[in-house]
Ligand binder design. Structure first.
Ligand code: CUA
Length: 361
């Protein structure tokens, strides 16, 4: 019955799963076909793609149906009593009614029992959802205005980000394995939310919060920031990709690779790094100042620094600003939001960024 509230793609997957069981030993399994990034239907629950999704939805729908049942019951009783006990004549007196012990007991006891049921049900789910299994894969998530950075401690050097410009693969996880996210923010409060997994947690500067899930469906799902965090909060979205465990590691390495393509100019490669490494969150290309100085006309420009000295923006200054952002801050900016890219960008990538900046005249 609950299936009427599920998004169509979930229903189809459920039907397909039933079909697979019925057809004994199907021929060689076809390559997994990735569903398109889920569509959110205003009238339906989001796709169910984690072990938490079904139980969360069941509890939610239980509460909705319970509310609907009592809403109808109470309004119907009210209407009936209004009709039945309406005053029949101008001199009709209301009979003296004091109380009814039985009914008063029932209207207290029944809601109390229902509330305890809701509490117990929710508490069991809550404990499950806040206790990551010991064998979970750890992933570090960092929130920044306005992108997510995702690092894999077990896979050194693998780092993915979201982009404010396009839906970019921000996180890759294997299907059927528990994953634990250890999250923090480098600036303001953000909130990490994956509707298809029914998980959401605040990402707070100065502390670590954790979140865990186990994906149950191969596919691509939305990540949203659900805490207003400034101008481009609504663009702080990413894509989480769930893969079969066998193809997880190779795909992760491939996605994290940020190398110049044979057909690509150095400056174009720099442009790709600009979006892939989150530079675009703070540096515009159109001359507008943002959290950081614009890159338009930056190269060769004479900049006044916070301490009053001036310098000309050249290759060495740009490189220093990428690796040690706090060394020389341009007047009018705090530099507080600029992370160091030491160990995250190699010399080739930094050169590409410099060439890209040179192009922004
Ligand atoms: Cu980050 Cu809203």
């Amino acid at each position: 019955m609950l299936s009427m509230f599920l998004a169509p793609e979930t229903k189809e997957a459920a039907k397909a799963a039933v079909g697979n069981v019925a057809a004994a030993a199907p021929p060689a399994p076809p390559a997994p076909k990735l569903p398109p990034l889920e569509t959110l239907h205003s009238w339906a629950m989001p796709t169910q793609a984690s072990t938490f999704a079904e139980s969360t939805d069941n509890l939610y729908l239980f509460i909705v149906f319970l509310d609907a049942f009592f809403f109808v019951l109470i309004l119907a009783a009210m209407g009936y009593f209004m009709w039945k006990y309406k005053r029949r004549s101008p001199d009709q007196k209301t009979s003296s009614i004091t109380h009814n012990g039985k009914i008063e007991f029932l209207w207290s006891a029944i809601p109390a029992v229902l509330l305890v049921v809701i509490f117990a049900w929710a508490e069991i789910d809550f404990i499950k959802q806040t206790t990551p299994p010991a064998d979970a894969i750890d992933i570090r998530v960092t929130g920044r205005q306005w992108f997510w950075q995702v690092d894999y401690p077990d896979y050194p050097g693998v780092s993915l980000t979201s982009s404010t410009e396009e839906p970019l693969i921000t996180m890759i996880v294997p299907k059927g394995r528990p994953v634990r996210l250890i999250m923090t923010s480098e600036d303001v409060l953000h909130s990490f939310y994956v509707p298809a997994f029914r998980v959401k947690k605040d990402v707070v500067p100065g502390r670590y919060t954790t979140l865990w899930f186990e994906a149950t469906r191969v596919g691509e799902f939305n990540i949203f920031c659900t805490e207003y965090c400034g101008d481009r909060h609504s663009s702080m979205a990413g894509v989480i990709k769930v893969l079969e465990p066998a193809s997880f590691e190779a795909a992760l390495r491939e996605a994290a690779k940020l190398e110049q393509k044979p057909t690509e100019s150095v400056a174009d490669f720099g442009g790709r790094i600009y979006t892939r490494r989150g530079c675009n969150a703070c540096h515009t290309l159109n001359g507008d100042p943002a959290t950081g100085p614009t890159w338009k006309g930056l190269y060769g420009k004479s900049e006044t620094l916070a301490d009053g000295t001036t310098l000309t923006v050249d290759d060495n200054y740009i490189k220093e600003s990428i690796l040690q952002p706090q060394a020389k801050i341009v007047a009018g900016f705090t530099g507080a939001n600029m992370p160091s890219y030491q160990g995250q960008l190699d010399d080739k990538q930094i050169t590409a960024i410099i060439d890209f900046i040179k192009q922004q005249k």
